[in-house]
Ligand binder design. Structure first.
Ligand code: SAH
Length: 390
C-alpha cells in the first residue's frame, strides 16, 4: 500500500483547488515507512484521499502533487501520458519549451528543445528518481540526437541534491547549437549558457519589440547573447549598444550578429555593470530612441523584494532620463515575487522621480510555451511594459 501523509484539518482547501505544493506547516503526520522521493498519498485527518505526489521531508515543499484522481497510478505510463500531453500542446518549432514543470503537471521538470537536442533540468528529488525513465521516454517521443542535463541550479540544495550536468542519452551536443527564432538564426551554448542555454521565455517579446525600433538608436541592457539585438537590427534599428557584465555572453552576442550577416562594431558591446554604466551614459549626455532593460531575477526571496524594488526603480529611472521625448522603454522583471501590479508601481515611481509623462502602450509576459496553470499562479514570473516616455 502507498504510504500516506495526513494533513492538518482546515488545510485541505488549496489541495482541493489543485495547488501542487504541500508545505511542511500543513502536515499532521507522515507514515514512518515513507521514503523521500517516493510516491505518497495525501489524506485528510479522516483518512479521505485528496491527492498523490512525491515526498521529500528535506524540502519546505514536502509533497509535490501529481494527481487528484485516486484511480490514477503513478507508474511508467503516467509519466509518458503527461509528457505526451505537454509536447503535443506545443507549436512546432526548432527552439521551444516542451515541459514547463508544475504548469504541465510535472513539478520539478523543465525540458527545452534546441534543434536536435533536448536539455533537461531536474529540480527535485522526486524528478531525480524518474530522470532515467523520463529521458528514455523523451528520446522515444521526440527522437532528438541527444538529451543533455543542466541541473546545475541552487534550488537543488533545498532538495538535498548536488548540482548535476552532462549528457544523459544519445550524442553529445556540439559546442554551439544553431536555432531559429522569429525567422532569425541564433547560437545556443547548452553547456555554458544560462538556464538551459537560452531565454526562450522572451521569444514573443523579441518579436513584439520589432514594432518600436525602426531607425532607432537602441540601448540593450542585460543583452545576454543578443536575442533582442538581432531582432532590433532585423527590424531596421539604426544601431544597438549592448551592455552585459559577462564577457562570454558578449562574444556569443557578436557571433549571433555575424550569423545574421550584421556588421559587428566591437565598441557597441560593453562589458559593464549596467547600474553604473547607465550613470556614465547620463554623465556623457547620451540619448537613445529605445531602451530595452531585461535584468536577471533581482528578488530571489521575499526578504529581497524591497531591495529589488529599489534596484528596478533605479534602473528604470535612469533609463527614462536617457530617452528622447517620445522614446520607448521596454522594461522587464522576471522576479516572480514582484507582481505585475508592484512592477507597474515601481515604474510609476521612476517616472515621477524622472519628471516624465509615461504611457503604457503594451503589456508583455512570458512566451506561450511557458504556460501558467491557473491553480499555480506562481508560474507567472515574467512581465514587461512597453512605455512611451515623454
Ligand atoms: N535579454 C536577454 C536575457 C537577459 S538575462 C535575452 O533576451 O536573451 C540577464 C543578463 O544580465 C545576463 O546575461 C547576465 O550576464 C547579465 N547581468 C546580470 N547582472 C548584471 C549587471 N549588474 N550588469 C550587467 N549585466 C548583468
Amino acid at each position: 500500500m502507498t504510504a500516506r501523509v495526513m494533513i492538518k484539518s482546515g488545510r485541505e482547501k488549496p489541495i482541493r483547488q489543485r495547488h501542487p505544493w504541500l508545505f511542511s506547516g500543513a502536515i499532521e503526520h507522515i507514515d514512518n515507512e515513507a521514503v523521500d522521493g517516493d510516491i505518497i498519498d495525501v489524506v485528510t485527518t479522516r483518512g479521505e484521499f485528496l491527492a498523490s505526489g512525491y515526498l521529500n521531508r528535506r524540502s519546505q515543499i514536502v509533497v509535490r502533487l501529481l494527481t487528484w484522481d485516486q484511480a490514477e497510478a503513478i507508474d511508467e505510463s503516467f509519466w509518458a501520458r503527461r509528457l505526451t500531453r505537454s509536447i503535443r500542446a506545443r507549436p512546432n518549432g526548432p527552439a521551444r519549451r516542451l515541459i514547463n514543470a508544475e504548469s504541465d503537471g510535472l513539478p520539478g521538470l523543465i525540458v527545452d528543445q534546441y534543434g536536435d537536442w533536448l536539455v533537461l533540468q531536474s529540480l527535485t528529488l522526486g524528478i531525480e528518481q524518474q530522470k532515467a525513465l523520463i529521458s528514455r521516454q523523451l528520446l522515444d517521443m521526440v527522437k532528438p540526437r541527444g538529451i543533455y542535463e543542466r541541473s546545475d541550479v541552487d534550488v537543488r540544495e533545498k532538495e538535498g541534491l548536488p548540482a548535476s550536468s552532462g549528457l544523459l542519452l544519445g550524442e553529445e551536443p556540439p559546442d554551439r547549437i544553431e536555432i531559429e527564432e522569429n525567422g532569425h538564426r541564433l547560437w545556443v551554448d547548452v553547456r555554458h549558457g544560462h538556464k538551459t542555454g537560452f531565454y526562450l521565455d522572451q521569444r514573443d517579446n523579441r518579436q513584439k519589440a520589432k514594432a518600436y525600433v525602426r531607425d532607432a538608436g537602441v540601448l540593450n541592457l542585460f543583452c545576454y547573447t543578443g536575442g533582442f539585438t538581432v531582432a532590433a537590427l532585423s527590424a531596421g534599428a539604426r544601431s544597438v549598444l549592448n551592455v552585459d557584465s559577462s564577457a562570454d555572453v558578449l562574444e556569443l552576442a557578436k557571433e549571433n550578429l555575424r550569423l545574421n550577416a550584421f556588421a559587428v562594431d566591437d565598441a557597441a558591446f560593453v562589458e559593464a555593470d549596467v547600474f553604473s554604466y547607465l550613470r556614465k551614459l547620463r554623465a556623457d549626455h547620451r540619448i537613445f530612441d529605445v531602451i530595452i532593460a531585461d535584468p536577471p531575477k533581482l528578488a530571489q526571496s521575499q526578504a529581497q523584494v524591497d531591495r529589488a524594488a529599489r534596484a528596478y526603480k533605479d534602473l528604470n529611472l535612469v533609463s527614462m532620463q536617457l530617452l528622447k521625448p517620445g522614446g520607448y522603454l521596454i522594461t522587464f522583471s522576471c522576479s516572480g515575487l514582484v507582481s505585475a501590479d508592484l512592477f507597474q508601481k515601481i515604474v510609476f515611481g521612476a517616472a515621477v522621480d524622472a519628471g516624465r509623462d509615461v504611457q503604457i502602450v503594451e503589456r508583455l509576459s512570458q512566451a506561450s510555451d511557458h504556460p501558467v496553470l491557473l491553480s499555480f499562479p506562481e508560474a507567472e514570473y515574467l512581465k514587461g511594459l512597453v512605455c512611451r516616455v515623454w
